[in-house]
Ligand binder design. Sequence first.
Ligand code: FUB
Length: 313
Amino acid sequence: MDIQVNGTEKEFCSNPIIKSIYTADPAPMVYGDTLYLYTTHDEDKLINDFYTMFDWRCFSTKDMVNWTDHGVIFSLNDIEWADARAWAPQCIERNGKFYLYCPVHKKDGGMAIAVGISDSPTGPFKDLGYPLVDEGDWNDIDPTVFIDDDGQAYLYFGNPELRYVLLNEDMISYNTEIGVGRIPMTEEAFAKGSHNTGTSYGEGPWFYKRNGLYYMVYAAFREGSKDESFGYSISESPLGPWKYGGVLMTEEGGVFTNHPGICDFKGHSLLFYHTGELPGGSLFHRSVCVTEFKYNADGSIDTIPKSKGMYEI
Ligand code: FUB
C-alpha cells in the first residue's frame, strides 16, 4: 500500500506483520543492514486447548515493509531431550556464530533453556545437546541475551522471578562459580503488581543498553490486572539495582500475554509485541506487530500506543 508521508509516497506495512501463520514472542536482531525477526509459532490446531508450539521462525527485512519468510529455523524435532513448548527465543551473534536461546519443556519434566547454534542468522540451528540452564523448576523460560562493551555476555530469564547467568565467551556455558543469580524482586525495581512476587514483573524480559543506561523491559501484571502489559526498569549497571521506569504498553493486545522485543534499526527505535488481532486470533493464536517510538532526553520512555503498522524506512 502506498501512503503520503510529508508529501512523499511511502510504502506501508500494516500490523500484524506476518499474516500467513500465527506468530508470537518477537525477538528482533539487527545484523548488517538487515533486521532479523525471530518468533514463536502458534499452531492452528490446539492440543488440550493450550499453547501448541513446535518450532521457531525467522523473517527478515531491510525496510520494515518487505519481509522475507525464512521458514522453520529450529524445532523441537532438533532437540532430542525436549518434547513441547517451543517458547520465546532470542538470537545473538558472536565471533561469526549465531546463538538462539529457547525455552522448552523437557521430556523428564520442567522447563529449561536450550541453545541452537548456526553459522547463519537464518539457520538451520543445531542443538547444543543438553540444557544450558536447568534449575529443575518452572522459572527457566524467556531468555534474553546481551553482550556488554567489555565482552561480558548476560542471559536473563524467568517467570515469576528475574534471574540471570553470566555467559562465558563461548556463549554455550556460564560462570558456574556464580551460578544462577537472582534479582531482588522489590517494588522499587518492578513496582507493586499482581504477579506471584507481589511486583508487576511477569515474564518475557528484554535486556539491552542504550546511551550508558541498562534497560529491562518485560511483560507485567499491574495491580488488579489479569492481562499482561509492558513495564520497564532502568539501571546504571548490568545486574542492577533496577529502578522501575513506568508502563511501556497497556493491556491492549486483546490476549492474556504480551512479549516485548526492542531494537534500533536505521535510526528508528522499534518495539515489537504481539496481539490477537489476526482473523481467528485468540489467547493461543497470536500475531507479531511493531511500532516506532522515541526516547525522552533523560532516557525514559512514555507509554507507547499500539500502532496500525510501519512506513518504509
Ligand atoms: O508464547 C509462550 C509464552 O507465552 C512465552 O514464553 C511467554 O513470554 C508468553 O508470551
